[in-house]
Design a protein around this ligand. Structure first.
Ligand code: 5GP
Ligand code: ZN
Length: 114
């Protein structure tokens, strides 16, 4: 828990969010500024700022994020596909320094991303 971190504050219910689901180790909630009809953030409860600071014990946690994305997509009936994105570091435009997976769906995506 990092009290300066917006996602840690959502996890601790210090600030509200539109929750989709939660387990002991991850949480999923709607992005406050959606970039697609369905835009969900899937977030580990453990505060880790960037991919380079994962340790070897965190690989299961990252797998749980991807499995969480599968459960979100099923719940939202995104049968025609969706995109999963990790913005990592300054060049990728990471705004919140707590690792998270974006799930975008409900419209046709373009490639490559900008
Ligand atoms: P990043 O650029 O770090 O990959 O994405 C951070 C995402 O968090 C952005 O899409 C932004 O809209 C979202 N976000 C930032 N603050 C909040 C918040 O307080 N609540 C929610 N639900 N989403 C947030
Ligand atoms: Zn955090």
């Amino acid at each position: 828990m990092n009290s300066e971190c917006i996602f840690c504050r959502i996890i601790s219910r210090d600030i509200p969010a539109d929750l989709i689901f939660e387990t002991d180790s991850i949480i999923a909630f709607r992005d406050i500024n959606p970039k697609a009809p369905q835009h969900i953030l899937i977030v580990p409860k453990k505060h880790i700022d960037r991919i380079e600071n994962l340790d070897e014990n965190d690989h299961c946690l990252m797998g749980e994020l991807v499995y969480g994305a599968k459960l979100v997509a099923e719940k939202l009936r995104l049968d025609d596909g969706y995109r999963l994105i990790v913005n990592n570091g300054a060049d990728a435009g990471q705004e919140v320094e707590h690792i998270h997976l974006h799930l975008l769906g409900g419209r046709k995506m373009t490639w490559p991303p900008g």
